[in-house]
Design a protein around this ligand. Sequence first.
Ligand code: PRX
Length: 632
Amino acid sequence: MTNYQIKTFEDYQEAYKASVEDPAGFWADIAGTFKWHKKWNTVLEWDFEKPDVKWFVGAKLNITENCLDRHLKTRGNKLALIWESNDPKERFIRYTYRELHEKVCQFANVLKNNGAKKGDRICIYMPMIPELAIAVLACARIGAVHSVVFAGFSAASMADRIQDADCSMVLTSDGLNRGAKQIPVKRVVDEALQTCPSVKKVIVVERLGWAVNMVEGRDVWYHEEVVNAAKECPAEEMDAEDILFILYTSGSTGKPKGVVHTVGGYMVYSQYSFSNVFQPEESDVFWCTADIGWITGHTYLLYGPLLNGTTTLMFEGIPTYPDAGRFWQVVDKFGVNIFYTAPTAIRSLMGAGEDHVLSYSLDSLKVLGSVGEPINEEAWYWYYIHVGKEECPLVDTWWQTETGGIMISSLAGVTPTKPSHAAFPLPGIQPVLLDSDGKEITDNEVEGYLCMKFPWPGMIRTTYGDHERCRLSYFSTYKGYYFTGDGAKRNKDGLYRIIGRVDDVINVSGHRFGTAEIEEAINHNKHVVESAVVGYPHDVKGQGIYAFVICNEPPRNVDHLRAEIVETVAKKIGKIAKPDKIQIVSGLPKTRSGKIMRRILRKVAEGDTSNLGDTATLLDPDIVDEIVKGAL
Ligand code: PRX
């Protein structure tokens, strides 16, 4: 759809070569297709040691003018956003580019009328309703930094994130629909705000029509505010390196960190990667099933498609409500052409049987995508055969919250695909595999630590409020490289296969959690003295959470205790992080220096206790027998 959409494998090879030989020239050409108030003085300044990365230095712009205003002349009456309810009987909502522009301007004026201004941090804790997309863009319109917190996180998690970013406002809803359930969202916000004095205003969107507690002077209804909001709102001029958003994600240590993305580079990279990986054509309907609370929703439900002038679909519900055919029904209903989802969704639908998918035509589909975790071959083939009818290229897209956009993936129908392989890096992306000494592995068929040796426009700039944490997490393990935390293999043809995390991060249904973060939550339970958490292979979730827990006294009722621990985790983090298995133990395998030997726990969790390796260095080797005997 743009001049920079690659159409053949030869074009890809040429673009890739150009992007490595002259990165500044390569990205400047692409950036030239956007609307800037002022062009850059320098394309790129970088230093991976500090780290300090700046793209399009000195340029001025507003990303929403590129998502919306830029299209008004040629695509004003084209659909920008289609919204489908959780309830198949509720009428869908559609906005053209012109209508979405107006809605965003109005929401932006509501923000301004309530005191928000450029640079303020605004927490958005909202379900998948159109106002969520509109609110995100409204923040960007006025230059406020959005920090979207997935509406499944607990009050405590939200409070941590609000405090970390010192947010002055929260945008939320009365409640949310999720399958057959309705959840009181505003109540969670009220609980979180008890410890967040920085928040001066809460704007509440009505979704369920529930009576909710409204705090005088702090809380206002969106539908009352919008009546007085003008339909035009000039876009705030931003520096290319001003912060566009903060999005929290888990690492191997400590609390989740606020990944910072900036306006100019993120804009260029999200559109470029969207257009090339998915190969959208002008009339296509694109559907990314991710929640906007995650990076996938930010980049490929919202910004990427809108920057590209594509029609994007947003779905409030879940794949299995009212039945396991819901995704396919939505595809047929709107003639979805490009469909992007996570392996965990595919595996859960696979388990429900083929009948659900076979009862829909799915004729409109042209391209399928996968994201969030390695896709196993069985799920790959099921998706390719039953959903794509063996006619749709399936792109396995590898990337991270920190990378802003897709890094390694085939370009649909243009570059080769292979089941379970993310395949080739996008132009501009320079991956390397390092050995444990930090040396680049040049051979193929060897596993190594996946790093990047050159910056790309969509990359993380810092972790909010703590730059040193950014350096330590990503730029200190291997000097001069960005370290992804993933292990990968390159095959003889140069295709990458992602093996998975090599640090203490667990990927549950495509969602990232640090083991330390879950342990800390478990330890809040009054019966718990200490815990150790590891991931283990799970048929649907990819990885499950297995917790080994030491209690202060032998529990009288183990099931009861387990339920209590699960409840503690749900309260501290959210239900999405609750352990699948909890084994009560009297001790943990520790070395003499007090370090937990997770290798042993991982083997027990995997059910592979035949070879536990050397346990002689343990403080108490007998504990291993006890743990093996009690394994779940
Ligand atoms: O381990 C990789 C895995 O998900 C991690 C990033 O998680 P997050 O920041 O939450 O972003 C998820 C969506 C972009 C990575 O370090 N991962 C993501 N995509 C893939 C993947 N693993 C294998 N194959 C993928 N396609």
